[in-house]
Design a binder for this molecule. Structure first.
Ligand code: TGC
Ligand code: FAD
Length: 388
């Protein structure tokens, strides 16, 4: 059942049969393959390296791209995949987002035919992992200030610089790295693991996204061939257009995490008894929290669906994607915090999901444009005044 039974307004009736089937397929996958092991991976801080191929076999990687081994699904089906994956864990959705929206999409949209043939089929199958290096230690919200450079020589480009907070960095065989060329223009380069002068270091001690690999990428006089350059895009528009794709998936994904928290809180409060032998679900203040969660989830489901239909019709604007990412992530974080509260002390253990989702969503609130940055993107759109 799409929306996993959290469908107060029969929104599933607005989906096509194909969209319902895709949703059900990934619901089963998450129940069978993610839920039994995610608690352990989160606790141990490990990413399950069997996931990429399993996700690839089901068509989750670059699901909305056409050709080169990609399934060519519509945006709503793609969004439903992200929703189901993030119902499992934001780290699993992050892996799929980065692979599909941040690495495969730009290769598909801006790559040479040779690059498409070389990378896309293997990436779609989950046989080759990619990462996206935009953020630097001193340039997160403002990537235009990046210090990583690419200098053209007779043999290719020499890249120098450092990227930080890069999802899948330590796993990736290919890194899409954004660097400034001598003319000041930002360009994308596909740098393969093993290239001299390129190394990665994983970041440890995370409270959040513990079942996802997050790394630094270091480039020290790293010479890449001319064929490593993404030929089809120049300027910050390149990486920012990838972010539109990934933010769209996050807007859907966050609703999945919220639904998992609501489901868990609803069933817990019906079982947990306090005062006069009554379940805590019978108290008005508890019902208020449950109803607030359901109400906000329902609004976010409708927002994502209309965002998907606009994308399908080729009418979606980046600012609309920003509004949806901002609303849905904030909503999911609030749901996770409320669910954690309703679980009492049990909510702080990893025997339950709410605490894990709550910690994960703190990253989702920050990455792919912080809540503030999306506020300012929409603020500029409606007022015409830039407030960055
Ligand atoms: P600005 O001067 O506004 O624009 C520069 C050029 O880019 C174009 N542009 C866009 N193009 C496509 N899509 C968009 N959303 C675009 N926004 C702007 C713009 O038209 C212009 O093009 P041109 O041809 O005229 O040069 O740029 P700015 O430097 O003022 O920056 C604007 C700002 C602050 C909104 C942008 O820098 C921003 O979005 N910052 C947030 C950074 C961010 O989100 N980083 C995410 C890193 S990746 C990540 O977090 C992965 S997490 C793992 C996972 O997804 O699961
Ligand atoms: P900063 O930009 O320093 O922001 C700190 C605070 O200042 C925030 O509250 C922010 O909203 C606020 N702020 C900044 N500027 C303004 C302003 N003008 N007005 C108002 N408030 C402002 N990046 C990648 O390139 N690839 C990845 O794969 C990737 N994966 C990530 C995975 C994880 C788990 C995390 C946590 C991050 C990842 N990132 C990745 C980086 C992410 O995109 C950045 O963390 C994010 O863009 C914010 O940058 P920052 O952390 O430097 O924060």
């Amino acid at each position: 059942m799409p929306f996993g039974g959290v469908d107060y307004f029969q929104i599933a009736d607005l989906l096509s049969d194909e969209e319902k089937l895709v949703s059900a397929t990934f619901r089963r996958f998450v129940d069978d393959e993610i839920m039994p092991v995610i608690g352990r991976h989160f606790r141990e801080g490990t990413f399950d390296t069997s996931w990429p191929r399993k996700l690839g076999a089901l068509g989750a990687l670059g699901a909305n791209l056409v050709g080169y081994g990609c399934p060519g699904l519509g945006p709503v089906a793609y969004g439903l995949i992200m929703q189901e994956l993030e119902r499992g864990d934001s780290g699993v959705r992050s892996f799929a987002s980065v692979q599909g929206a941040l690495v495969m999409y730009p290769i598909h949209a801006f790559g040479s035919e040779e690059q498409k043939q070389r990378y896309l089929p293997k990436m779609a199958a989950g046989e080759l992992i990619g990462c996206f290096g935009l953020t630097e230690p001193d340039f997160g919200s403002n990537p235009s200030g990046m210090r990583t450079t690419a200098k053209e020589t007779a043999d290719g480009y020499v890249i120098n610089g450092e990227k930080r907070w890069i999802t899948s960095g330590g796993l990736a065989e290919v890194a899409l790295v954004w660097a400034k060329c001598e003319d000041g223009a930002v360009r994308g380069f596909l740098v393969e693991r093993g290239q001299k002068g390129f190394s990665t270091r994983d970041i440890h001690g995370k409270f959040s996204l513990r079942a996802s690999v997050t790394s630094e990428l270091v480039f020290e006089d790293c010479l890449v061939p001319k064929s490593a350059l993404l030929p089809g895009v120049k300027g910050l528009r390149g990486p920012l257009s990838c972010l539109n794709q990934a933010r769209f998936g996050i807007a859907w994904g966050a609703v999945g995490a919220a639904m998992a928290c609501y489901d868990e809180a609803l069933s817990y409060t019906k079982d947990r008894v306090q005062f006069a032998g009554k379940p805590i679900a019978s108290h008005q203040l508890v019902q208020l929290k449950l109803v607030d969660m359901l109400q906000e989830i329902t609004k976010a489901q409708l927002l994502s669906l209309q965002l998907g239909r606009l994308k399908e019709a080729g009418k979606v604007r980046p600012q609309q994607v920003s509004l949806a990412k901002r609303n849905n992530v904030k909503m999911a974080l609030e749901c996770a915090r409320n669910a954690r509260d309703l679980l009492g002390a049990n909510g702080i253990t990893d025997e339950y999901q709410a605490g894990r989702h709550m910690c994960n969503l703190e990253s989702v609130f920050t990455y792919e444009g912080t809540d503030h940055i999306h506020t300012l993107i929409v603020g500029e759109d409606i007022t015409g005044c830039s407030a960055f």
